[in-house]
Design a protein around this ligand. Structure first.
Ligand code: SF4
Length: 437
């Protein structure tokens, strides 16, 4: 039985980031001293290192050992964050160099060495690199764009707690991510220690107090930032507090860590998560290039811990906006026990115009998937309605029209079939363009 009085926030392990302001916030909590990292390091880290990653770290981090490379805290400490570090590893275009030099505030550049090892070092068009190294387009604000396109601030009921849907909440636990995606919906929130958005145990307590009295909340989505950048002790504390609230049935994580920092999925972490089942996880995945041996190991560990895995993919122009990319990605996920869950239209965050595709493109990709691969590999396509309208699912229109009692439906091959539907209204008034077989 959990006793609230004994569950003290593990403040001693919360340390300011070396590059941050002096205030102690959870978004800084992943940074530890070298001595602590050595103590915390597992004796036998059995994590695969692909030949590409090995070649990368031998070239750019020559004093690094496999032990360091597989230590998620080393990966966090060694993130590529400054123009100089970027230029040491990537052949930057003039556009990239100028854009990085101009950046201020939240959503900084931050790339784990592991994730950088998957990127095109001398090709600015390489998909993963495009999603993480800014260009001048990021400073262009298009009509309809907003810093908070989903109106999350409006629905915030306690610090970091967004209550929009009747029975579920979004709990922003930290402002830290291991890598920063240039199209992030929460660009205003993440990577800015000392900025407007703060995430500390004091803020957590206010969110928990809200949840304790709101008995209609059954489902809590832990997000951020990335909640898996928090240490095991803090996650353990937060999960135990949430599990002590009887009406909370379902706990979910939203995370990109398993593909950008797979070394974080340690045995100790999965042991911690297992204590609080049912725990589910939505994995933010962009491109088949992310499905490496390392990510596969991370998925395996999570799935073996009994955590159902679903994917979320944002459709991005020139990165993954074709069936040739999405189909192998969805199939690859399914093979790794991750159910393709959502394909999202990119949110109209300020400076995202160069990433956003048309809605038709998403429907076109979905049409290409349907019938050509198992339904398990077909995600739901959705637009998150700007202004706080929530997710709206979109699907190709398969209703051709109506002929008396018959509803006329188009299949995945474009052929039209009749379904006997006496008394139905669907399809009435639609011009019947194709004869039903
Ligand atoms: S991992 Fe998620 S929260 Fe972090 S920058 Fe990327 S999209 Fe934003």
């Amino acid at each position: 039985m959990l006793r609230r009085r004994t569950l003290k926030p593990p403040l001693r392990s919360i340390r300011p980031a070396p590059d941050a302001h002096a205030a102690i916030h959870l978004q800084d909590a992943v940074h530890v001293t070298k001595t602590e990292a050595a103590v915390a390091r597992p004796a036998t880290p059995r994590f695969p290192v692909s030949s590409e990653s090995k070649a990368f770290y031998r070239r750019f981090f020559p004093t690094t050992t496999a032990l360091d490379w597989n230590d998620w805290r080393w990966q966090m400490r060694s993130r590529i964050r400054t123009p100089e570090e970027l230029a040491r590893i990537f052949q930057l275009s003039d556009d990239e160099r100028a854009a990085v030099g101009q950046h201020k505030g939240s959503l900084p550049v931050g790339i784990t060495p592991y994730y950088a090892s998957l990127m095109g070092l001398d090709n600015p068009s390489e998909p993963l690199r495009r999603t993480h190294i800014m260009t001048g387009d990021e400073y262009v604000r298009m009509p309809g764009e907003d810093n908070d396109p989903l109106g999350e601030d409006h629905d915030t009921v306690a610090p970091g707690l967004v209550h929009r849907y009747p029975d579920r909440v979004l709990f922003l636990t930290t402002g830290t991510c291991s890598t920063y995606c240039r199209y992030c919906t929460r660009a205003r929130v993440v990577g800015n220690p000392g900025g407007e958005y703060q995430f500390s145990t004091r803020q957590w307590e206010q969110a928990l107090a809200y949840l304790e009295v709101h008995t209609e909340v059954r489902d809590v989505l832990l997000s951020g930032g990335d909640p898996l950048t928090l240490g095991d002790d803090k996650l353990d504390w937060l999960l135990s507090r949430l599990r002590a609230i009887k009406h909370i049935e379902f706990i979910r994580f939203g995370t990109k860590v398993p593909v950008v920092l797979p070394q974080r999925i340690t045995k100790a972490l999965t042991q911690t998560l297992k204590k609080y089942h049912p725990v589910w996880m939505s994995l933010h995945i962009t491109h088949p290039a992310e499905l490496t041996p390392e990510a596969t190991e991370a998925f395996t560990r999570l799935a073996d811990a009994g955590i159902p895995l679903g994917s979320q993919t944002v459709l991005l122009k020139g990165v993954n906006d074709s069936a040739e990319v999405i189909l192998p990605l969805m199939r690859g996920l399914l093979m790794r026990r991750v159910k393709p869950y959502y394909l999202y239209q990119c949110d109209p965050i300020s400076g995202s115009g160069h990433f956003r595709t048309t809605v038709e493109k998403g429907l076109e990709i979905l049409t290409a998937l349907r019938g050509h691969t198992t339904g398990y590999a077909t995600p739901v396509f959705a637009v998150d309605a700007p202004g706080g309208g929530g997710k709206i699912q979109l699907a190709p229109d398969c209703i051709v029209g109506r002929d008396g009692d018959d509803l006329l439906l188009r299949n995945f091959e474009g052929k039209v079939y009749r379904y006997p539907d006496p008394g139905g209204q669907l399809g009435m008034g639609k011009p019947v363009a194709m004869a039903a077989e």
